[in-house]
Design a protein around this ligand. Structure first.
Ligand code: NAI
Length: 336
């Protein structure tokens, strides 16, 4: 019998293959009927095919409309441009959705954090337009357009309305970057005016960071340009237990690529100790996206039960378990 879903799988590099293997096992233990089309990207694809984003991979995602992705490293200060950014731009995955909440029984600095970051995914300083003007002077272009700002604002307000959220806060630096961040803020306000049922306010990014670490539960949905969204997401991960537990989804009008907020974690790669939770919760977002809500609920429960029992935890959460031991514990819960 053929599988119900065909999903593109990008194992990624660093801890990517470890956490993607763990998540695929858990989803299959939970009863997901899926055929996985596995493709290399990034440095491994470059070594094998001479390109970081092979056409076969892009065609697979375009065909299947859904992908589960491990992290891909980007060289610092030299080498190829970010494959993660390239994938989002090429497939026009314009919205990066990053829900941040307290997982019960994961000890963190705060309780009652329940916010959603909506990050614009296609422009800003991530346009990658940099050049040397004269020796010793470089210019990096920050691109902000009405089209992309309006589109991400609509996404944020629609998401808020659909999920019963009350407030959308635009985060910006329009006091300094009056034209670029000013345009973004104007677009969010214009869109917000069409959603009278949702409060629309804004914060300057530096003050927003301070307010987030002082009292994160005051926030609901945050909408940000690409760079601020990237930085604020990691800050928010730190509020609820770290990068090992925060999921994400890259969404376009037709396709979704689901990946954790974290990167390839070279410091722990190959040691078998990475926490698969962040990718697992990204996969839960994916399951809901492909209308497999019942399987998503089972995965969430099994994962929460293992954490609540407290015996099997990865090191980032204060335990001693390996990735495989933690995965085994969740799979056992799913199959009893
Ligand atoms: P990182 O997120 O890979 O690691 C930061 C810290 O968090 C490290 O101490 C790491 O051990 C820890 N950590 C991350 N994920 C974890 C997990 N699942 N379990 C336990 N601990 C975890 O960030 P870093 O070091 O800045 O970036 C490493 C590489 O990843 C870079 O090449 C970067 O460009 C790339 N990257 C890729 C992303 C993607 O594929 N979407 C996102 C962010 C970074």
């Amino acid at each position: 019998m053929s599988a119900k879903h065909t999903i593109t799988l990008i194992p990624g590099d660093g801890i990517g293959p470890e956490v993607t293997a763990a998540v695929v096992r858990i989803l299959e233990s939970a009863g997901l009927s899926a055929e996985w089309e596995s493709h290399l990207a990034g440095i491994l694809a470059l070594e094998r095919y001479g390109t970081t984003l092979p056409d076969e991979l892009l065609d697979s995602i375009k065909r299947n409309k859904v992908a589960l992705k491990g992290p891909l490293m980007t060289p610092v200060g030299k080498g190829f441009t970010s494959v993660n950014v390239g994938l989002r731009k090429t497939l026009d995955l314009f919205a990066n959705l990053r829900p941040v909440w307290n997982i019960p029984s994961v000890v963190s600095r705060y309780e009652n954090v329940d916010l959603v970051i909506v990050r614009e995914n296609t422009e800003d300083l991530y346009a990658g337009l940099e050049h040397e003007v004269v020796p010793g002077v470089v210019e990096s272009l920050k691109i902000i357009t009405r089209h992309a700002s309006t589109r991400i604002a609509k996404f944020a307000f629609d998401y808020a309305r659909k999920h019963g959220r009350k407030r959308v806060t635009a985060v910006h630096k329009a006091n300094i970057m009056k034209m670029s961040d000013g345009l973004f803020l104007t677009c969010v306000r214009e869109v917000g005016a069409e959603y009278p049922d949702i409060i629309n306010d804004d914060r300057i990014v530096d003050a927003a960071c301070m307010h987030l670490v002082m009292n994160p539960s005051q926030f609901d949905v945050l909408v940000l340009t690409n760079l601020y969204g990237d930085i604020v997401s990691d800050l928010c991960a730190g509020l609820v237990g770290g990068l090992g537990v925060v999921p994400a989804a890259n969404l376009g009008t037709e396709m979704g690529v689901f990946e954790a907020v974290h990167g390839s974690a070279p410091d722990i790669a190959g040691k078998g100790i990475a926490n698969p939770t962040a990718l697992l919760l990204s996969a839960v977002l994916m399951l809901r996206h492909i209308d497999e809500g019942a399987i998503a609920d089972r995965v969430v429960k099994a994962h929460a039960d293992v954490l609540a029992e407290g015996k099997v935890r990865t090191r980032d959460l204060g335990g001693r378990a390996s990735t495989i031991e933690f995965t085994d514990a969740i799979c056992r819960r799913l199959t009893v």
